[in-house]
Design a protein around this ligand. Structure first.
Ligand SMILES: [Zn+2]
Length: 461
């Protein structure tokens, strides 16, 4: 569908040289096959359907960039991840404009450009995300007796269209729905409404993740190995294991080459840092796993984590004593009930595995995260609960061909906070937290692809 639609829209533009607004509406009409569009426009789905790959990068002077398809590469865009979510959505719509109109060469999209090509793409994007016909219809529902819209109500339109408060206000003004001219002072005073109008992280992130083209890496690829080192380093660091990143990378590389003959193996096995080695074993195990985690698999993870521990005999079984997580709202499961709770947890895992092909990535992640949270509450082991809980989550991700996620040491507080919120049955923040981590893993592991794009733009990024 993508190629056909792309070429028919491209020739439509060439023939008629439509205005940006008209062209955006033609794109929507054709894409939605004459039916009313679904709002907010899922711009990431549109990009995917039009055959455009997207990548996020931290850019200093650009909102984004467009690179046309070539013999070797598909069409691709870069989006500045440092900008607010609404702006990133707008940039994607803007780049789609380039893909349909300016597809003969690469385009760079600097901040606040007055270039006519950029202005066209901006106007196209504004109309694509907030088509005037539908915008007017929604704005009329908010009108007061004088047929104007109270700017304090305008944030509702931000939610409908997924656009920024500023963009909504200007559009209301242009269509005659405001009784005043918005100026700087107005926007300064409208902070509360602006805040209310922010796109919800979770919806935005789900759209990105569900349409992302992720390329799994070979387990020996340098990017994958680097990622694995980061994961082991951070995952241990948040548990207080003191081995820095450089050392972690050295240990893991040495182990991979020399196995138990490695100098580090001997050194670490005797010291307090054997967990780093055990941790890397866990991930080797998970990355080969085909079956879903069950009771035996969970016990195996714990035993593997401590496989070089002098107390290995006591590992790999559920705890016999009561235990409390520091700062947690609710007590962990009583030792006598652990078997039963793990049994139910494994039933949930089994059900999730059974539905893995029908769930979207974000839908799957949401259920996997709930299992992760439940695991932290049961806290079945005397030691290593956090790392095993995250390993179970990563195991579940692997079964859906997704990369593992890890929590950087700097994010530990946020992680604890969102787990605590989940204890109060509020899972949304925990979900958003892991959606971000998954996106970060995508970006890190697909770096090679970004580097291709970066080569092209190396002089300006
Ligand atoms: Zn541009």
């Amino acid at each position: 569908m993508s190629n056909e639609l792309t070429s028919s829209l491209r020739s439509e533009y060439v023939q008629h040289q439509h205005s940006p607004a008209r062209f955006a509406n033609i794109v929507l009409e054709k894409y939605f096959d004459g039916s009313p569009p679904e709002f907010p426009i899922n711009i990431f789905e549109l990009l995917r359907d039009f055959g455009v790959f997207y990548e996020f990068r931290e850019l200093d002077r650009l909102e984004g960039a467009y690179s046309p398809e070539s013999d070797e590469n598909p069409a691709a865009i870069l989006v500045n991840i440092k900008r607010p979510f609404q702006r990133q959505r707008f940039t994607c719509a803007h780049e789609l404009g380039h893909h349909l109109k300016d597809y003969n060469s690469s385009v760079l999209c600097p901040f606040n450009s007055n270039d006519p090509i950029e202005r066209y793409a901006d106007n196209f994007a504004g109309e694509l995300l907030m088509p005037t016909y539908y915008f007017r219809e929604e704005a009329e529902k908010l009108m007061d007796d004088s047929e104007k819209v109270d700017p304090e109500e305008a944030f509702k339109l931000c939610h409908i269209f997924g656009t920024s408060y500023t963009a909504v206000i200007w559009k209301l003004y242009r269509l005659g729905f405001l009784s005043f001219v918005p100026d700087k002072k107005f926007f300064r005073n409208a902070k509360a409404s602006q805040k209310l109008g922010q796109v919800k992280d979770i919806e935005f992130l789900s759209n990105i993740i569900d349409n992302y083209e992720y390329f799994p890496q070979d387990k020996n690829s340098p990017l994958w190995l680097h990622f694995q080192h980061e994961l082991v380093f951070h995952d241990n660091r948040i548990e207080g294991v003191e081995v820095d990143f450089k050392e972690t990378a050295e240990v893991l590389t040495d182990l991979r080459i020399f196995g138990q003959e490695s100098e580090y193996y001997k050194e670490f096995a005797q010291g307090q840092r054997f967990e780093v080695i055990g941790h890397s074993y866990i991930y080797e195990y998970i990355m080969e796993a085909i079956q879903y985690p069950d009771r035996v698999g969970i016990l195996h993870l714990n035993k593997t984590l401590f496989s070089l521990s002098p107390f290995v005999e006591q590992m790999g079984r559920f705890r016999q004593v009561e235990n409390r997580i520091q700062g947690a709202l609710i007590p962990t499961t009583h030792p006598r009930l652990i078997e039963q709770e793990i049994y139910f947890l494994c039933k949930d895992i089994e059900a999730l595995y059974a539905s893995k092909n029908t769930l979207s990535i974000s839908g799957y992640l949401s259920k996997a995260v709930a299992i992760h949270h439940r695991f932290t509450q049961i806290h079945p082991f005397e030691d290593g609960n956090g790392r095993v809980a995250r390993a179970v989550l990563n195991w579940l991700l692997k079964l859906k061909d997704l990369p593992p996620v890890y929590i950087a040491y700097e994010d530990k507080k946020e992680y604890v906070d969102v787990l605590t919120e989940a204890d109060k049955f509020n899972y949304k923040q925990l979900e958003a937290f892991f959606l971000k981590r998954l996106l970060y893993s995508f970006i890190q592991i697909n770096n090679e692809f970004s580097l291709l794009l970066e080569d092209e733009y190396s002089n300006i990024i």
